[in-house]
Each structure stands twice: as structure tokens, then as C-alpha cells.
Design a protein. Structure first.
Length: 343
């Protein structure tokens, strides 16, 4: 009772329980910011109460301070194993209690703020980049660039420059944001991550198991949602072009000591970008390497066109990704593969 009055005097709202069972009831009924548990309270023992409170998800990091008698110090290992944050010996010194309680609550506040910052960062920074930064903060060493085989996807809004001349800038920005948001959701749903945004499009990376298949299904999903939204009159459902290529890339930090970009570079990236630039509105253009990777899947492609691209000696085979499913009508052409040019 004396502790309750002291804490209330210092501005805390206090609820008390005279038995262990009641303390658990209060923990479930209310949102408690910190617990003071007497190990010798009647009913359930303090250690069991501590364990049960820690098993409640919302109290995962809540401070639990156990109050013990000197003769109970031998049980401290059990107390901390049960999830206690700290302990104070009887008789309780009010100054010590106030100082420790304030310190633990401040730590929880800092932790909550960091978690909120992390959630916000998820909207701006890829999970892969966040893991790299966390490792850098622990070791002080930037990871060396690494070679990986990935599938790169580029998307681009067709006719965006003309749109920007006809549509109010704020309105266009809002529509573009919704469109890119739809694409981001699809990338994440198919196990990819965003490497960067590029004005009116994005660059996404798919790695590890079934990366090429997942990237193809992602591209198809983006087009499917776009067509559906266009039929509904959604002004943010812009005409898109998408390009896909799979190959080896170098992933690492690019830039200066003051500003770094953790990104993907290599010829694989360049070719995926050019495939996107070549794609007609609402078409998905992919490389021969992509087609070879998913030959055993239910993805359908038309016959290739051979296009000369600047900086590449041999003509590049470009396939349109048409759809998925055994019933997809495959595009058939009786003509010989055509040749074109893109710079």
C-alpha cells in the first residue's frame, strides 16, 4: 500500500492485486505499462506469474520488476529465466524503485520508437538493404559486393511525359503513387523486393528459389490488375510496359562515404531495362534466358522477335509473356521471326 501511494504521488496510475490469480486477470483486462511483483504474494507464485505475463504477446518487452527478500536471492536465476526485467530487495527504497522504474519505462519507449521507425522504413527501404545496414551498424564494416543470379524486372508508364502536360501535377502525382503502390504490393506478394523507383516506374529484384517464375507471375498480376482497374475507370491504371531478364549481377554499396546506395548492377540490369523500353503498351517482354528457366512451367510465350540493341553484337531474342495456365491461347505466327532495332 505504501508503494502504491508513493507511485501515485509521482504521477503513476496504479492498480493492485492481492493474489497472483487476480494480477493475471488485471493483466488481461487492462494495458499495463510495468509490473511490480512480490515473489511471496498469496496464490500463484511470483515466478509463475512472471512466466505467464511474458507469454502474453503485448507484454513481450514490458518491464517486470520482482520484489524479493534477502533470503530469496538464491532464486534470482529462476526469476530472470521466467522473464523478469529487474529485481529489488525488501525493504524497498522508494528512490531506487522510482529510478529503476523510470529507466525501464524509458527503454521501452525508445524501443517502441525504434520499432515505429523500422515500420516506416519498410515503406522506403528494402528488407535486404535494412539487413545490410543492421549488419554494418554492428560490425562497422560494409559488406563486399557479391555476385548473385537474380531476375530483374523493370516497369514503366507509357506516355507519362504527355500525361504530365495534360494533367494537374498534384493529381498526376497521386495517381502515379497509387499505381506504383499496386506494383509494390504485387512484387512483395511474389517474394521480390524493390531496388529503386525511377520516376514513373520501378526496378524489382527476385532471387533464390523459383525467382524467374515468381517474377513472371508478378508481371502478369500487375497487368491483370491494371486491365481490371482500367475497365472500372480507374485513372491511375496507366498503360505499362514491363521487361524481364535473368542473369548474374553484382550486389553491393555504390557511392561516397556520405551517401551510399545498396543496389544491383551489371549487364543483366541493362538488358532488363532495354526490354522494358522496347515493350509495347501493356506488353511484357522477356529474354530467351527467362523462357528457358520456366520451360517446364505453365507460362505461355509467343514466338521470338530478334532485335538489334546498341552495344550488343548479336540480335536479342525478345518474347512476349502472354499468360499462364494450360488453357492460355498461345500466339502462333506463320511468319519468320522479325528483326528490329532499339538503341
Amino acid at each position: 500500500m505504501m508503494l502504491s501511494k508513493m507511485l501515485e504521488k509521482n504521477g503513476y496510475q496504479v492498480v493492485t492485486a492481492d493474489r497472483g490469480e487476480k494480477s493475471l486477470f488485471l493483466a488481461l483486462e487492462k494495458d499495463i505499462d510495468a509490473f511490480l511483483i512480490d515473489l511471496n504474494m498469496p496464490g500463484l507464485g511470483g515466478i509463475e506469474i512472471c512466466e505467464r505475463i511474458r507469454s502474453i504477446a503485448r507484454y513481450r518487452i514490458t518491464p517486470i520488476i520482482c520484489i524479493t527478500a534477502m533470503e530469496e536471492d538464491g532464486n534470482l536465476s529462476e526469476v530472470f529465466a521466467a522473464g523478469a526485467t529487474d529485481f529489488i530487495n525488501k525493504p524497498v527504497n522508494p528512490i531506487v524503485l522510482e529510478a529503476r522504474l523510470k529507466a525501464h519505462l524509458q527503454k521501452v519507449k525508445y524501443y517502441s520508437e525504434m520499432e515505429q521507425t523500422r515500420r516506416y522504413l519498410n515503406r522506403y527501404v528494402s528488407a535486404k538493404t535494412q539487413r545490410m545496414v543492421e549488419a554494418y551498424s554492428l560490425t562497422g564494416l560494409l559488406p563486399s559486393p557479391e555476385r548473385h543470379k537474380v531476375c530483374v524486372m523493370f516497369t514503366d508508364v507509357r506516355g507519362f511525359t504527355a500525361l504530365s502536360q495534360r494533367v494537374d501535377l498534384e493529381m498526376l502525382f497521386e495517381r502515379l503513387s497509387r499505381n506504383l503502390g499496386m506494383q509494390v504490393d504485387s512484387v512483395h506478394a511474389h517474394g521480390g523486393y524493390i531496388d529503386k523507383f525511377g520516376g514513373d516506374g520501378l526496378m524489382a529484384i527476385f532471387d533464390y528459389d523459383n525467382a524467374v517464375e515468381r517474377s513472371c507471375r508478378c508481371a502478369l498480376n500487375i497487368m491483370e490488375v491494371t486491365r481490371r482497374n482500367q475497365k472500372l475507370g480507374d485513372k491511375s491504371a496507366f498503360e505499362l510496359g514491363i521487361g524481364l531478364h535473368v542473369g548474374e549481377v553484382l550486389i553491393g554499396n555504390i557511392g561516397s562515404d556520405d551517401h551510399l546506395d545498396y543496389s544491383v548492377i551489371g549487364e543483366t540490369v541493362n538488358l532488363a531495362s532495354r526490354l522494358c523500353n522496347y515493350a509495347e503498351p501493356m506488353h511484357i517482354d522477356v529474354s530467351r534466358e527467362v523462357v528457358r528457366e520456366v520451360e517446364s512451367k505453365d507460362l505461355e510465350f509467343d514466338e521470338p522477335k530478334f532485335v538489334r540493341m546498341k552495344g550488343i553484337e548479336e540480335p536479342v531474342a525478345i518474347y512476349h509473356l502472354l499468360g499462364c495456365g494450360r488453357d492460355t491461347e498461345r500466339y502462333q505466327s506463320n511468319e519468320k521471326p522479325t528483326a528490329g532495332h532499339v538503341s
